[in-house]
Design a protein around this ligand. Sequence first.
Ligand code: ATP
Length: 336
Amino acid sequence: MKDDGAIAIAAEGLRKRYGDRWALDGFGLTVPEGTVHGLLGPNGAGKTTAVRALSTLLRYDAGRAEICGFDVARQPAEVRARIGLTGQYAAVDEQLSGRQNLVMFGRLYRLAPRAARRRADELLDRFGLTEAAGRSAGQYSGGMRRRLDLAASMIVVPRVLFLDEPTTGLDPRSRNQVWDAVRSLVAEGTTVLLTTQYLQEADELADRIAVLDAGRVVAEGTADELKGRLGGDRVEVEVRHAAELPRVAALVTGLASRLGGAPGETETDPDTRRVSAPVADRVTALTELVRALDDAGISVADIGTRRPTLDEAFLHLTGHGADRNARGGTREGIPA
Ligand code: ATP
């Protein structure tokens, strides 16, 4: 047995083939203990395959992976004893109540009946499900259901928890509830590998983010580092009259160069009558731009800043766009 040191998840050169398609094609990752690592990618990038391979559910064709120092292929029982998995594979029984589900999982983990009931109650309380504890899980909302899944994976606190797209398909309120639940288990020291299609989710929860494309990691860093590589926030102006586009583009470019943005990256789109450019400080940029437009007597239809969308992020990092369904960008108006 090897000293596990401070690395919870280590993978190198993982490959997995389905027919003539490589779902994993040289996947590698190092996750220090006690951190949250986001695995961000569009549909089909290989996120689920990576999680299944790392959690012993799927045999990989080549490469090496270790969880807490144990080899995933050769020591699967040791690995399984240290991990939890939740997300797309909800193991919850819809006929049973939330509480009955958690007691059942406790019994599966060989807790004595009383200990299983006590743990169930603790987790129901922790995940805000005490009131709904007696209702059958089939009647839970999407957010409650995901929180019950998370609670089930925390019966025995795992050293490493795999969360596979824990909020896909949830409304913003339910998404926030799941994020709070994830934060609360991270506070206990669990290492989390979180797969997601949402840039914002990775941003909210992850210490570091790996961007996955076609089965391999194409970029890795903190959210700030990645955003820096994506050009960060952009100011965007929509003019009323297309004839004003060149003047506005010149103003925006001048502003971007003065405020440390990337003036060469000003984009003008005559179809939408929009001009945009990356800026380092969006509040200052917006304030100055509003003033400059006003001084020049140019009236605009819309103005704001926005983060790069997931499409733009992928375009930038991979040279091609993300799946049409996988959008993570947000648009923000002028700050008050
Ligand atoms: P999603 O966000 O849609 O869950 P993902 O990033 O998790 O996508 P995977 O599910 O890992 O992607 O799939 C990676 C690639 O492998 C895809 O091209 C997928 O079609 C293929 N694939 C996955 N599982 C199988 C399987 N059991 N049989 C054949 N092909 C598969």
